[in-house]
Write a protein that binds this ligand. Structure first.
Ligand code: PLP
Length: 266
C-alpha cells in the first residue's frame, strides 16, 4: 500500500543530524514517504556550521512542482530557506500547487549561533510564508527575532504567541525548550484554543536537530490526517523520546535520535 507523503523544503546537514536528514529519518520513523526540495547545502559537523551555499530559487521551486504534480503531497514543512529570494519563490509556488497542511519552522540560526538565513530573509518568512502556514513552530530565540518579545514565563509566552498569530498563520506553537526549569512547556494556540503541553526536560547536550525533528514529526501526523492539536501532542511525545535517546557523535553536539522506533537495534 502506498504510504502518506510529506515534503520537506529545507537544507542539507552534512553531519546528518538536522535539516533534510532529520526530516527524512523522522518521516521514515512515522511510515511516511519523504519528498525533498533542497534549498541549501550546509558544511557542518558537531562543532558547528562552517558555511552554506544556496540552491538557485528556480531549482527549489522546480523540485516542489515536480513532486507535487506527480506524486501528491499530503503535508509539507519548511526548514532552512537560506535567502529572501528562495522564500518568495517558495511562497509563490505554494499558491500554485497542492501540498496539504503546511508547517513553517522559521529556522534562523543553528544552536551554535551560526546564521542559516541571509539577513533580509526573516522579514520574508514573516510576510510571505506565515500567512500561508497551517502552523509555525518557532523556538524562543526565533520568537525574540520575530516579535522582539523575550519569553521568560507563561504570560510572556502567551503574549508572544498572540503577537505571532497576527502574522497570519492558523496556529502557533511557541516551544519553551530554551526556558529554564525541570519541565519543558510548549504553548499551542489558534487564538481560540490554548493548549499547554508540558513534558520533562532531559539532561543532555546532544540536542542537535531537535527543532527539525519535532516539526517533521508534526508534519508526519498531519500527512496522516491528524488535527493540529493531535499532531503537535504526538510530535512532542516523539521528540521527548528522541532527546532521551540522543547520542554523542563528534567532539561537539550530538543528534537527537529516532532510532528508538526500530524493533531490534542489535
Ligand atoms: N543545519 C540545517 C540544515 C538546519 O536546518 C538546522 C536547523 O533547522 C540546523 C543546521 C541547526 O540545527 P540545531 O540548531 O539543532 O543544531
Amino acid at each position: 500500500m502506498t504510504p502518506p507523503t510529506a515534503l520537506t523544503i529545507a537544507g542539507s546537514d552534512s553531519g546528518g543530524g538536522a535539516g533534510i536528514q532529520a526530516d527524512l529519518r523522522t518521516f521514515f520513523a512515522h511510515g511516511v514517504h519523504g519528498l525533498v526540495a533542497l534549498t541549501a547545502v550546509t558544511v557542518q559537523n558537531s562543532l558547528g556550521v562552517q558555511g552554506f551555499t544556496e540552491i538557485p530559487a528556480d531549482v527549489v521551486t522546480a523540485q516542489i512542482k515536480a513532486v507535487a504534480s506527480d506524486m501528491g503531497v499530503n503535508a509539507a514543512k519548511t526548514g532552512m530557506l537560506a535567502t529572501a529570494e528562495i522564500i518568495r519563490a517558495v511562497a509563490k509556488t505554494l499558491d500554485e500547487v497542492e501540498v496539504g497542511p503546511l508547517v513553517v519552522d522559521p529556522v534562523a540560526a543553528s544552536m551554535t549561533g551560526h546564521a542559516l538565513l541571509r539577513e533580509d530573509a526573516l522579514e520574508a518568512i514573516r510576510t510571505e510564508l506565515f500567512p500561508r502556514a497551517t502552523l509555525i513552530t518557532p523556538n524562543l530565540d526565533e520568537v525574540g527575532l520575530l516579535t522582539g518579545i523575550s519569553v521568560s514565563d507563561p504570560a510572556s509566552q502567551r503574549a508572544a504567541a498572540e503577537a505571532l498569530l497576527e502574522f497570519g498563520s492558523r496556529w502557533v506553537l511557541v516551544k519553551g525548550g530554551h526556558m529554564t526549569g525541570s519541565t519543558c512547556v510548549d504553548l499551542l494556540t489558534d487564538g481560540r484554543e490554548y493548549v499547554s503541553l508540558s513534558g520533562p526536560r532531559f539532561e543532555t547536550d546532544n540536542t542537535h536537530g531537535g527543532g527539525d525533528t519535532m516539526a517533521s514529526a508534526i508534519t508526519s501526523s498531519l500527512a496522516k490526517g491528524a488535527s493540529v492539536p493531535d499532531a503537535v501532542a504526538a510530535g512532542k511525545k516523539f521528540i521527548e523520546r528522541c532527546v532521551a535517546e540522543s547520542y554523542p557523535l563528534g567532539a561537539g553536539v550530538g543528534p537527537v535520535s529516532p532510532f528508538w522506533v526500530l524493533p531490534d537495534r542489535r
